[in-house]
Design a protein around this ligand. Structure first.
Ligand code: BG6
Length: 529
């Protein structure tokens, strides 16, 4: 054995926040339970938490929706969906049987007080004070119904406003995105939610924060001295954040016509990744300290005046083309999309963070549907070496160092540096150092919702969006939308499905002598299966 070999058991794991995780018995009430989210994400996540023995010592799950169903018929429906959507297959029959006993269905309308009375009775019927009083309300409904649901819960005595976390029992509200469609509507939603609940009771979801690799950004930055000292304008030329998807909008045309890529992806997922990548170290690991820094970062983004938007933001829409050899219709031909729609399915933007660390360094963000592949990645492009020695001889061919954080798939991190090509001649080329989650930790990739539901039950808001955070993000988005106004897309803003977006996006970087780096997926075909 080589003297450099480190056996696994010598790699000490430092556990954080275990004590905080002690979960109390609670009931989870899902409003809008017959929707897609419940069967695709929430129930599979809760099933896996049960399988991994991470659920509280006692719990109940109550689906609340308008359609008529019994406990039994809902369980049967969920069981079937689990076969399709579970991340581990086959579904474990014994675990399911145990899990299913905790699931109930309550038919009711959000506007009717008697439905909430029935909910109260149902919670009381479990014969346990914690199951009746520790309540997680999951709002998987239309945002326009949030206010009503909260008001009814309050009126039925099920939701008590608390400004701090100190009380014996707790009630929390989990809110799905989209959180509003602009700053004004987000303000309005926040007002409605906090009328009957304290801010510490509101858990706004951005499922990207539940992803292991997104959480790892903070660990990576603040538990390693090597990288953090390079993390600034002295060493970095620019950063690229790419969230690409090979699918088009498919059946979600109705929603997408209202949202577009800017609201659907940039307002939340991309700005969240940006704030984690660029924020200052928080004073501690508690939720408020981390969120304080994220908000500060969002507020440091240089305001996008109409002139800046014209220069720094590119939108695009896909027309028919081939993705991975498969013919795809254009966006305007998708179901429920207007044939002359100007809604963007692609956005690329150049942002500047006007603070000491990042002054003058561009952050390039892009996201789109019907691109060649699905991959999320952050690329940190370091500055080139001085123009002497190898750089003087090789010119543009000598590539600067780059660090890629692969958020999905092939989760991992790669550092690119230059090395001598073995041989008698003097030649340099980039080589890479890879860290792969799979190779290091095995193929355990919990779904984002598992972590998020667990944290919501534990009452830890670190992975959820705070009120001022959501509002700061909308402010940025609003300034862009306002400049786009009703302007029709021009020819330069269309891209063929299966390509990396409109040419205008390439021009955005070309102006500074830069170019987009496409994410690389090892075994692309395998991943797609
Ligand atoms: C959702 C968007 O929030 O995120 C979708 O509404 C998008 O349009 C999805 O497809 C992407 O999530 P993920 O986890 O597949 O990258």
């Amino acid at each position: 054995m080589s003297q450099y070999y480190v056996p696994f058991e010598d790699l000490k794991v430092c556990r954080l926040g275990e004590a905080r995780r002690a979960l109390e018995p609670c009931s989870i009430v899902i409003f809008g339970a017959s929707g897609d989210l419940t069967s695709r994400k929430l129930i599979p996540a809760l099933y896996h938490l049960c399988k991994e023995k991470q659920m509280p010592p006692d719990y109940r799950i109550i689906g609340f929706a308008r359609r008529e169903k019994t406990d039994e018929s809902w369980r049967a429906e969920l069981r079937q969906a689990l076969d399709q959507f579970s991340r581990t297959k086959p579904v474990d029959g014994a675990v399911w049987n145990e899990f299913a006993q905790h699931i109930y269905y309550l038919q009711g309308d959000l506007t009717e007080p008697p439905a909430f009375k029935r909910l109260d009775e149902k919670l009381g019927s479990f014969g346990s004070e914690p199951l009746r009083r520790n309540l997680l309300f999951y709002l998987a409904t239309m945002p326009s119904q949030f206010g009503q649901a909260i008001e009814q819960l309050h009126a039925a005595g099920l939701l008590e406003k608390k400004e701090t976390n100190g009380a014996k029992t707790w009630q929390r509200i989990v809110v799905e995105k989209p959180f509003g469609h602009d700053l004004e509507s987000a303000h309005q939603l926040n007002r409605e939610l906090t009328r009957y609940a304290g801010e510490s009771q509101v858990f706004r979801i951005d499922h990207y924060l539940g992803k292991e690799t997104v959480q790892n950004i903070l660990m990576f930055r603040f538990s390693n001295s090597v990288f953090e000292r390079l993390w600034n304008r002295e060493s970095i030329d620019h950063l690229q954040i790419t969230v690409s998807e090979d699918l088009g909008v498919g059946q979600r045309g109705g929603y997408y016509e209202e949202a577009g890529a800017l609201r659907d992806m940039v307002q939340n997922h991309l700005l969240q990744v940006l704030s984690l990548i660029a924020m200052e170290p928080p004073v501690s690991l508690d939720a408020e300290s981390i969120r304080d820094e994220k908000v500060k970062l969002l507020k440091s983004i240089r305001p996008l005046t109409p002139e800046n938007v014209a220069r720094q933001v590119v939108r695009g829409q896909y027309f028919a083309g081939k993705v991975d050899g498969e013919l795809r219709v254009g966006y305007r031909q998708e179901p429920k999309v207007k044939p002359d729609s100007n809604v963007e399915t692609y956005v690329a933007l150049e942002l500047f963070v006007d603070n000491w660390r990042w002054s003058g360094i561009p952050f390039y963000l892009r996201t789109g549907k019907a691109l060649p592949l699905s991959a999320s990645e952050v690329r940190v492009q370091f500055r080139p070496t001085p123009h002497v020695l190898f750089a003087a001889e090789c010119g543009q061919d000598l590539q600067p160092n780059a660090l890629s954080l692969r958020l999905q798939p092939n989760e991992g991190i790669s550092l690119r540096f230059n090395g001598k090509v073995p041989g008698t001649s003097l030649a340099v080329r980039p080589v890479r150092m890879h860290f792969s989650y799979d190779a290091e930790f095995g193929a355990y990739t919990p779904e984002a919702y598992e972590r998020l539901l667990l944290e919501a039950m534990a009452g830890d808001a670190t992975l959820f969006i705070r009120r001022d955070e959501v509002e700061a993000a909308w402010k940025i988005i609003d300034s862009i939308r306002k400049s786009w106004d009703d302007k029709a897309l021009t020819n330069r803003e269309f891209y063929s499905a299966g390509t990396w977006g409109p040419v205008a996006a390439d021009d955005l970087l070309a102006e500074g002598g830069r170019s987009w780096r496409e994410p690389v997926i090892l075994n692309h075909k395998e991943v797609k299966k």
